[in-house]
Design a protein around this ligand. Sequence first.
Ligand code: COA
Length: 260
Amino acid sequence: MDYQNLLFEVKDSIAIVTINRPDKLNALNIQTMQELKTLFTELKDDENVKVVILTGAGGKAFVAGADISELNKLDILTGKEFAENGQAVFNTIENLEKPVIAAVNGFALGGGCELALACHIRLASEKAKFGQPEVNLAIIPGYGGTQRLARLINKGRAIEYILTGDMISAEEAYRIGLANKVYAADELMAKAFEMAEKIITKGPISVKMALKAALASAELSLAEGQKLEASLFGACCGSEDFKEGTSAFLEKRKPEFKNK
Ligand code: COA
């Protein structure tokens, strides 16, 4: 499929998705959101793709938010629908069942910060700036940001950033657990690839199950979460890859996983 606002390529089972509206700092207009939904829906069943890296074109921004020229037209009803549609797109990304690494190469503001939050791992360039500046426009984050930011960092800090709209430097993002790692701008993509390649060497079924269990921790009680963990652990133990992984360790050789 051809995309107007996304670049897409696959290298060694790693998909690179680039939001490509650099003249608008990769702001997410409705077209781009629809394209993200279509692409990530397809990626779920694409056997050639094991890990996804998501980034922004142009070197200045990851994504500078929802497109404010479109926001400007919303009213009480269309605003709610707009938020619900955006949440559904980002849920599709979070529920991909394959690791999605955000390579945050610049501004990640508003919907851009929320997009990074919907990814499973956030690697930032030293130039990255995160933030939820929606209050400057007299709105609130509507693509899951009020929920995911408060779950990822602590609630008090999340409320502070959402109420002040302050930008968060890469260094601060790392300190508060919003960014997993920070790299020099020219190293970011190579480091994202390195991490993706490392994950690809692991048991693929266990990667999928681990992602599922860890994501569920935001929704479940400890008892429910542990119940889920035990059943997913059991499912891993029933796989051929588990026999291969444990046998390879005992035989002092590298495992050859088959995703079975
Ligand atoms: N929606 C639509 N267009 C946007 C945008 C957004 N969220 N963010 C940036 N742009 C556009 C600008 O309007 C400008 O377009 P133009 O050249 O046609 O006028 C272009 O991208 C470059 O942005 P500019 O503001 O000139 O760059 P800057 O370096 O001076 O400032 C930012 C960068 C990120 C600080 C500033 O663009 C900004 O505050 N953007 C909005 C961030 C925001 O509030 N996001 C949340 C939305 S809910």
